[in-house]
Design a protein around this ligand. Structure first.
Ligand code: PMP
Length: 390
């Protein structure tokens, strides 16, 4: 009897130890990220309480601002570089250099990944962009070349300069296998592929496949094309909606099949600046990644919501006041569109959107009350209720 009760006591103690370790999170594999690249992706979904309570839906945001480089662009930076390594186009610590023409988050993500993996990084950006971005890139060790703003058809447009610099660098050889690699986020299909392989499956897993709608804007089109393709393959009945800023032509393309005036026939190289306070999204040309939204049979999208700058600015101020979420302009735009979609679907549905970056990168423009008032002709504040968004 004594032996039996001693064994039972020991078993009980082992069970208790396991339970205690599980409570303390001490069980299983040690949870250590393999360098900064290991911190990229697997971002949580956050319930946006104010929007969820107002609609009776679960309105969820993919917290991409928690990536180490501060935005969803970390995913494509890592994926493009690793695919180039696999293809033998880049090898670490050979003096090779990553080139991109970008005014935004992609450059910051590429500069970070370059440092973490042992590459040089050269970013070409238009000279009218906020100086903080160039400073941040330099702190990450990138060289920054600022060029006069010109249209995409001009050979000295920032994207074209970046492509040329990569070719020149490659041509120089530099011995020891140094290569120039042009990341080309607008045109490479690997951009959408990164989201098809990571962001999309994470959303399916995190919602246990219970997602009724996905809402997102398009800057290159990579995120929405990759996530929409993944969700449509895996979640029966899911609907995907584009959130489009004022001045962008993509919503018309989705809702009415209206082609962009002169760009589609000529391919994908033309770029017009979309006239919006919201940064990082809006298209008036069909990049190769946005074109992936329109496969031969139909369209991956079920509709598009055009969101005014005023509504995006008011939503951002609402979210920080009510939910403590301090987000960037494209995230606020996404939330206006997600609110509309949730209202239309009615209570009981799950609507997922993306919080692509935080407000910190937007302090001098979108988060400056003075800059917003100057742009919109009137000051903007958080509305008293969500009924003010139609
Ligand atoms: N939000 C922000 C802050 C961005 O920088 C971008 C990319 N330009 C997007 C959204 C849009 O993502 P995508 O390029 O995948 O369409």
């Amino acid at each position: 009897v004594a032996a039996v009760s001693a064994a039972a006591g020991a078993a009980c103690y082992r069970w208790y130890e396991r339970w205690r370790a599980a409570q303390a999170g001490e069980e299983g594999e040690a949870e250590v990220a393999a360098g900064v690249a290991g911190l990229i992706g697997n971002t949580p979904l956050v319930r946006i309480n104010s929007l969820s309570e107002a609609t009776g839906c679960e309105v969820l945001g993919k917290a991409e601002f928690l990536n180490p480089g501060g935005s969803s662009k970390d995913r494509i930076a890592l994926f493009l570089v690793e695919q180039a390594e696999r293809a033998g186009r880049l090898a670490p610590r050979t003096g090779s250099c990553i080139f991109e023409g970008t005014s935004g988050s992609t450059g910051i993500s590429l500069a970070m990944v370059a440092r973490a993996k042992g590459y040089l990084c050269h970013i070409v950006m238009p000279s009218d962009q906020a100086v903080e971005k160039a400073q941040l890139l330099e702190r990450y060790g990138a060289t920054v070349e600022r060029v006069e703003p010109r249209p995409i058809v001009d050979r000295d447009n920032f994207v074209n300069v970046a492509r040329r610099r990569a070719a020149e660098f490659g041509g120089r050889g530099g011995g020891g296998g140094a290569r120039g690699f042009f990341a080309d986020q607008f045109e490479t299909p690997l951009n959408a592929e990164a989201h098809y392989r990571t962001t999309g499956p994470e959303i399916v897993r995190q919602t246990r496949g219970r997602v009724d709608a996905f809402v997102h804007g398009a800057g290159t089109g990579g995120t929405i094309a990759g996530v929409a393709r993944c969700l449509k393959e895996r979640v029966p009945g899911v609907r995907c909606f584009l959130a489009d800023p004022q001045g962008s032509g993509l919503a018309n393309r989705v809702n009415h099949g209206v082609l962009f005036a002169d760009t589609e026939r000529e391919g994908t190289r033309r770029r017009q600046q979309v006239d919006s306070l919201v940064e990082g999204v809006g298209l008036n040309r069909l990049t190769r990644n946005a074109a992936a939204l329109f496969p031969a049979r139909g369209c991956l999208l079920d509709g598009a919501e055009t969101v005014s700058d005023r509504d995006a600015a008011r939503m951002a101020r609402w979210l920080v006041a009510r939910d403590g979420l301090f987000v960037g302009s494209s995230s606020a735009l996404n939330c206006v569109a997600a609110l509309r979609v949730a209202r239309r679907l009615g209570p009981g549905h799950t609507v997922v959107t993306v919080l692509a970056d935080g407000g910190q990168r937007h302090l001098t423009r979108f988060w400056s009350d003075a800059a917003v008032a100057a742009r919109l002709g009137a000051p903007v504040a958080a509305p008293a209720s969500l009924a003010e968004f139609d």
